[in-house]
Design a protein around this ligand. Structure first.
Ligand code: FAD
Length: 330
């Protein structure tokens, strides 16, 4: 391993792998940093199909889509440091310096001429939305529930209520049903669903799972473990409508109430946050105007519906990062 690279990519999801491949194809020395023990990002837990329709004109599962990129990365001889977490990222005059930690190396530093931030996004949790009542066991984000079932082999519950009609929630409604759980319904505060129409049809309608629009969870009931939720209709200003309350017994509440770009590692840099997307402001080459040489792509930039466009954004960032590094060397 070297001490300094042309391009260092943070995160080995589909965005990071696409950017690393493109930068390598353009002749840059590239290193990928990944906190998990393997590359692939969120795709590793998405075992349903539907990935790659635009890019490959095929219906792949998440791991199959990721595996293509992992093979190409391997063939291109790109180094990946797995189980390695980026702790700090700062910019000196003409290069980036980073502090990292891994079980194997402890705390260590690296330098790069350009950096691509492809750290994905995180889910909004029960602490970030307003629901009355305690927070007993049995409340999960949809991605957590997905990781429990698909990666660890545990069921989060047997009788579920899903709050929010984002794609992950819809996919989990189907997944829980296929694993023998009862899904009481998906409750969406807005008057229309936020997930893709194909997921409404394939994940809810095909399994007769009710979608309640303009209705939300107003209270969690239960002490040690969730026992029920109170649901209520809302008016056009999202205020609860009195008299529409109902109690729905359940042993788990699955939240699918939004994703936020994960960009905490940029806190020491003078980037500008985009109030609408939650990512950073970039130009059309995915570069921060405030921090030349810093690129962002994939869900760390803004939350994408389809992985195909995530990969595309990685290619744009990787190509521009490689160009930046080449010019910096002159
Ligand atoms: C549940 C779910 C279902 C989906 N279903 C579909 C579908 O059917 N079809 C479709 O096209 N798309 C789907 N998507 C969308 C698509 O999978 C994602 O948009 C895409 O995978 C995001 O890629 P990414 O590379 O931006 O982020 P991620 O895949 O999240 O990768 C980010 C990587 O960065 C790493 N990382 C973060 N911070 C650090 C750090 N400080 N140091 C080191 N590493 C770090 C993470 O460990 C992770 O591996 C789905 C998404 C989800 C969550």
């Amino acid at each position: 391993m070297k001490n300094v690279y042309d391009v260092i990519v943070i995160g080995a999801g589909p965005a990071g792998m696409a950017s690393a491949l493109t930068a390598r194809e353009k002749g840059s020395s590239v290193l990928i940093i990944e906190r998990e023990d393997r590359p692939g990002g969120i795709l590793n837990q998405c075992i349903h199909d539907g990935f790659g329709l635009v890019k490959f004109n095929e219906k792949l599962t998440g791991p199959e889509y990721a595996d293509r990129y992992v093979r190409w990365i391997d063939e291109a001889g790109i180094e990946i440091l797995t189980s390695t977490f980026l702790l700090e990222l700062i910019k000196d005059e003409d290069e980036f310096r980073m502090k990292l930690v891994s079980a194997e190396k402890g705390v260590f530093s690296l330098r790069g001429k350009a950096v691509v931030v492809s750290t994905g996004c995180r889910e909004r949790s029960d602490r970030q939305i307003f629901i009355h009542g305690d927070r007993p066991a049995g409340i999960f984000t949809a991605g957590q529930a997905q990781a429990f079932i698909n990666r660890m082999g545990y069921m989060p519950g047997r009788r579920a209520v899903i709050l929010g009609s984002g794609d992950i929630g819809l996919i989990m409604a189907r997944r829980l049903t296929l694993e023998g759980a009862e899904v009481e319904g998906v409750y969406e505060i807005q008057s229309r669903p936020s997930g893709l129409q194909r997921n409404i049809s394939q994940c809810l309608n095909d399994f007769s799972i009710p979608l309640h629009l303009g209705r939300t969870v107003s209270r969690v009931i239960g002490k040690g473990r969730i026992e029920a939720v109170e649901v209520v209709s809302v008016d056009e200003r999202m205020n609860p409508v009195k008299g529409t309350e109902a109690i729905v017994p359940c042993d788990c509440l699955i939240l699918s109430v939004g994703l936020i770009p994960e960009i905490d590692i940029l806190k020491d840099l003078p980037v500008v946050k985009d109030g609408k997307t939650g990512g950073i402001v970039t130009d059309d080459r995915m570069e921060s105007p405030q921090v030349p040489g810093l690129f962002s792509c994939g869900n760390a930039h803004h939350v994408y519906d389809l992985v195909d466009y995530v990969s595309e954004s990685g290619e744009i960032a990787g190509s521009a990062a490689s160009e930046f590094a080449r010019e910096a060397a002159i």
